[in-house]
Write a protein that binds this ligand. Structure first.
Ligand code: PXP
Length: 245
């Protein structure tokens, strides 16, 4: 994942290929096949969220991805002992710690790192010692970035869900919060990433924030693949990101 510093990396989240597979059981469509195709289409990395209820990605998907991928795997995980054990067993390139509520449809809101420093500390520490690059999925908020600094996390992923859902001046205000948070993180030696709810229509302004090094995008790309294929949806996202940079 090292190209010129201006290169904005694209992590493709393949969870929803597994959602479709699981709707009927069996093995089709195969998220690992999608991950390999995504890498061929220009994804710099693959992201997969192993949820507590295994509603999309399953344990065996993580093992197969680790064996098959030639690009880095970013494992999204809740801060639990079960997930820590799995991450330490597989040692993916990166682990992004996300808040997880069983009843939510998707990851709603960022991790309250500031309110959970003591609980997160041993998890961030153990992952870091195992050589896994830890990221915290947080709201674009100075208190959360300060918490990431206290925790020694090398990366934060800024939650763009609010930005994606707002409109007009409220969206512009949220974009400013994202830009300020990215600048604050970078100034303090933390690499800012961003993701959630990004589409062809809204990715540009986020991609233009110069400190942001990586975007993680899933649902829209997999949905768009229904109409034009996965390679085409990823290549178009790549093009939109490069245009904005
Ligand atoms: N980043 C994180 C940490 C996430 O939890 C998700 C959703 O799983 C994404 C990025 C991708 O969001 P979306 O599927 O809306 O593109």
């Amino acid at each position: 994942m090292s190209r010129t510093p201006a290169h904005l990396r694209l992590g493709v989240n393949i969870d929803h290929v597994a959602t479709i597979r699981n709707a009927r059981g069996g093995t089709h469509p195969d998220p690992v096949k999608a991950a390999l195709l995504a890498a061929k289409a220009g994804a710099d990395g693959i992201t997969a969220h192993l949820r507590e209820d295994r509603r999309h990605i399953r344990d065996e998907d993580i093992a197969t991805l680790m064996a098959a991928l030639t690009v880095p795997l970013n494992l999204e995980m809740a801060a639990t002992q079960e997930m820590l054990g799995i991450a330490l067993r597989h040692r993916p390139h990166a682990a992004c710690i996300v808040p997880e509520k069983r009843e939510e449809r998707t990851t709603e809101g960022g991790l309250d790192a500031a309110g959970q420093i003591d609980a997160l500390h041993p998890i961030v520490d153990a992952l870091g010692k195992a050589g896994v690059r830890v990221s915290l999925f947080i709201e674009p908020d100075a208190a959360q970035i300060e918490a990431a600094m206290r925790l020694g996390a090398p990366v934060v992923e800024l939650h763009t869900g609010r930005y994606a859902h707002l409109e007009g001046s409220e969206r512009a205000e949220e974009l400013r919060r994202l830009a300020d948070a990215a600048a604050l993180a970078a100034k303090n030696g933390i690499e800012p990433h961003a993701g959630h709810g990004l589409t062809f229509d809204n990715v540009g302004p986020v991609a233009a924030i110069p400190q942001i090094a990586e975007l993680n995008i899933g649902h829209f790309l997999i949905g768009e693949a229904i109409f034009g294929g996965l390679e085409s949806s990823i290549r178009e996202m790549r093009r939109q990101m490069d245009l904005a940079r």
